[in-house]
Design a protein around this ligand. Structure first.
Ligand SMILES: *Cc1c(COP(=O)(O)O)cnc(C)c1O
Length: 378
């Protein structure tokens, strides 16, 4: 049996709207499918304003521009994340200050955030790892008291909630990813969520290369021109048409993925009881959105051996993440603080195969191989 880590859901009909869109004569950005996708996200999650982007990395770059990050501004974010979270702000000249995670959940620790704030701090970026919400009440409270902006990197977190509020809608700005490893996909793709009226107009301008073309097309102004900085952050309507085929099956996809997650969760109960590994902790304010499933083993050595063992059984498992504060690019820029929880999660997390079509039988096979691995250790 060979079980890959990911199997993107790309049914044949993914191309149906793409063909229809192309035959309609235009597939540039901000076309009919882009608008359909925008309408879906605004209606489904109650987002005030969204803009599809070519990637979540680009949506994060837009967020950094919107926050008016300038050289020397400090931005606090977790080290336990994807480099795009940091790149977006580094590109604006920010100084990145990496915070440690909570001890039991690989999400940023609010106490750490508070400790790291200086007069130069401008923004906090949170990452809802594996779709499990950060402690947003405490984080928004800190931001409010200190007058800071909050950006939610919700790349993993579509259709997940914090005390009933959709992730992406709580900070000033939020971002989703539609990369093929995420819940709904367009190959590459992303979304910027604008939760503050003050950012709405400028977001559209940055999105369209610094022009007010979007307002022009709506007939709000009679000519358009270059009014601000920006880039080409909007995707082709072909990308949007592909995403649209996923969107109209959104509940189906999500039900399936949540089932896969909870099935793993149950299957690992005995191994957790035997104290051989830990399952993800779901805080009482958080929900599960079926993004990825991971287990936490006791050491980096066990992690390496387990991944190697599973590989021999035809199962692709992966670790996550190499901490950004000790990565080759950043080591000499980091202030030397030790981030013990981040390092421990980085050493001990094992991500298991996760995709819509993963069968119960396959999950059972994976868990029984892991049982076998631990039995051999005894
Ligand atoms: C996937 C991911 C991104 C980047 O998404 P892209 O759409 O590939 O640019 C950013 N942040 C996190 C936490 C991610 O997992």
């Amino acid at each position: 049996m060979h079980i890959p880590f990911n199997k993107p859901f790309i049914p044949w009909y993914s191309f149906r709207y793409l063909i229809g869109g192309a035959l309609s004569g235009t597939i540039a950005g901000n076309g009919q499918y882009t608008k359909k996708c925008h309408a879906f996200f605004e209606k489904r999650f109650g987002f005030a304003k969204v803009l599809m982007t070519t990637s979540c990395s680009d949506a994060l770059e837009m967020a950094a521009v919107l926050c008016r990050i300038e050289p020397g501004d400090e931005v606090i974010m977790p080290s336990f994340t994807f480099m795009s979270t940091a790149n977006a702000f580094l590109l604006r000249g920010a100084k990145i200050v990496f915070a440690d995670t909570l001890p039991d959940v690989p999400n940023i620790d609010p106490v750490e955030i508070e400790r790291l704030i200086t007069p130069k701090t401008k923004a906090i970026v949170v990452v809802h790892y594996s779709g499990l919400a950060c402690d947003m009440d405490r984080i928004m409270d800190i931001a409010k008291r200190q007058g800071l902006l909050v950006v939610e990197d919700a790349a993993h977190a579509i259709d997940s909630y914090h005390n009933g509020k959709p992730l992406g809608s709580i900070g000033h700005l939020g971002t989703f990813s539609f990369h093929e490893t995420k819940n709904i996909i367009s190959g590459e793709g992303g979304l910027l969520i604008v939760n503050e009226k003050q950012f709405e107009k400028r977001a559209e301008i940055i999105w369209e290369k610094g022009t007010n073309r979007a307002a022009f097309y709506r007939g709000e102004i009679d000519k358009y021109g270059w009014v601000d900085i920006g880039s080409s952050y909007l995707p082709s309507d072909a990308v949007a048409s592909f995403l649209y085929t996923q969107i109209i099956r959104f509940d189906k996809i999500q039900n399936r993925r949540k089932k896969v997650w909870w099935n793993y969760y149950e299957l690992f109960q005995p191994l957790e009881q035997e104290n051989l590994l830990k399952r993800p902790v779901v805080p009482d304010y958080a929900t599960v959105n079926g993004n990825i499933f991971y287990i936490i083993v006791k050491s980096g050595e066990t992690r390496d051996n387990l991944i190697e063992f599973l590989k021999k059984c035809g199962i692709s498992a992966l670790f996550h993440y190499l901490p950004l504060h000790s990565s080759p690019y950043f080591t000499d820029k980091h202030d030397g603080r030790v981030l013990p929880n981040t390092d421990r999660f980085s050493d001990c997390i094992v991500r298991l195969p996760f995709y819509n079509s993963l069968k119960k039988k396959q999950a059972k096979y994976i868990v029984s191989r892991i049982e076998e691995f631990f039995q051999a250790l005894r």
